[in-house]
Design a protein around this ligand. Sequence first.
Ligand SMILES: C[S@@+](CC[C@H](N)C(=O)[O-])C[C@H]1O[C@@H](n2cnc3c(N)ncnc32)[C@H](O)[C@@H]1O
Ligand SMILES: Nc1nc2[nH]cc(C(=O)O)c2c(=O)[nH]1
Ligand code: SF4
Ligand SMILES: [Mg+2]
Length: 213
Amino acid sequence: MSYAIKEMFATLQGEGAQTGRASVFCRFAGCNLWSGREQDRVDAACTFCDTDFVGTDGEGGGRFQTAATLAHAIERVWQAHAGQSGPRYVVFTGGEPLLQMDAALIDAVHSYGFEIAVETNGTIAAPQGIDWICVSPKGGQALAQTHGNELKLVFPQATHPPENFSGLSFSHFWLQPMDGPERAENTQAAVAYCLAHPRWRLSLQTHKLIGIP
Ligand SMILES: C[S@@+](CC[C@H](N)C(=O)[O-])C[C@H]1O[C@@H](n2cnc3c(N)ncnc32)[C@H](O)[C@@H]1O
Ligand SMILES: Nc1nc2[nH]cc(C(=O)O)c2c(=O)[nH]1
Ligand code: SF4
Ligand SMILES: [Mg+2]
């Protein structure tokens, strides 16, 4: 199968337990919870998305016909920044990466020595072989992926209180303040929740704070 990629770039992971880690970000086009068009946002299952994932026209984007060609492109982005240095790390995000990720891609990227992370809304079960799974539940949607490395809940979401997730099988539980016009209030509310519920920790979108992609 072919893969539709919005953009691909090197940066530091800005969120969650891998914050600060050198990464290639590979952003898939398309999502199952929003079309990506502003006029559809109010009626979407996920209404607060901070990302443009429509089309394949971003930096390093395109349509890749095979897993091998996409893996090679990821390898070239890594090489351009880190050369032969490791550990190599790629974050598949989107859009919703689990609409397109498959065994062929996972194998091809592993063959270049990458650890593979995914950022997913959790509505589609992950294929075998992903090394770091971050699930971020959205807008009352049921979870198909109920275990992983970290659960990162954008906060607050009326339909999705943290209590609904704290019993699931994850190693880290994060509250990430919802960005938008109420980011400051949402951050204070997340701080208060974490203070009262120590299983949860605060995840700031550090890349936005320092102005990197
Ligand atoms: C753009 S999403 C793409 C991956 C996947 N579709 C998902 O929702 O997890 C990447 C990360 O950004 C988070 N995110 C999206 N919009 C946000 C916002 N307005 N404020 C804070 N985090 C946000 C998501 O929850 C997710 O953890
Ligand atoms: N630096 C950086 N870290 C991120 N962590 C998750 C992101 C995403 O959009 O999936 C993201 C992103 O867009 N940039
Ligand atoms: S599920 Fe993820 S990519 Fe899709 S609209 Fe929501 S935040 Fe954006
Ligand atoms: Mg982002």
